[in-house]
Design a protein around this ligand. Structure first.
Ligand SMILES: [Cu+2]
Length: 116
């Protein structure tokens, strides 16, 4: 067993406080991830508001239809095609309004609003 680690109740317990503090500060600085579900040919919610540095994760919950997320204002930047139960995540580094739609189903629309 590595030094500095003891077993208590079946879980390894770290003796050193510095590592614990490092873990806590890491989680405090962790970004927020807003979840958007894709189901019934809709983005739910269709509008999400986040802060700069946060991410949005889209997850396809259809039974058999694949979808994507396409941002026409950014040269058609498009996600991978998401098959059922797959997801795609994007981090937003700049404030603004990001309208998007599904690649194969342009009538499916959504928007990400990124605030300072
Ligand atoms: Cu679609």
């Amino acid at each position: 067993m590595p030094s500095g680690i003891t077993m208590q109740s079946g879980w390894p317990v770290l003796k050193g406080a510095p590592l614990l503090l490092a873990l806590l500060s890491f989680s405090a600085a962790a970004q927020t991830v807003a979840e958007v579900t894709i189901a019934g040919y809709q983005f739910q919610p269709a509008e999400v508001s986040i802060k700069v540095g946060d991410s949005v994760r889209w997850t396809n919950r259809e039974k058999r239809t694949s979808h994507s997320v396409l941002f026409p204002a950014e040269g058609g930047l498009e996600s991978e095609r998401m098959f059922p139960d797959e997801s795609w995540e994007r981090r937003f580094e700049q404030a603004g309004r990001y309208d998007y739609h599904c690649g194969p189903h342009p009538e499916m629309k959504g928007v990400v609003v990124v605030g300072e």
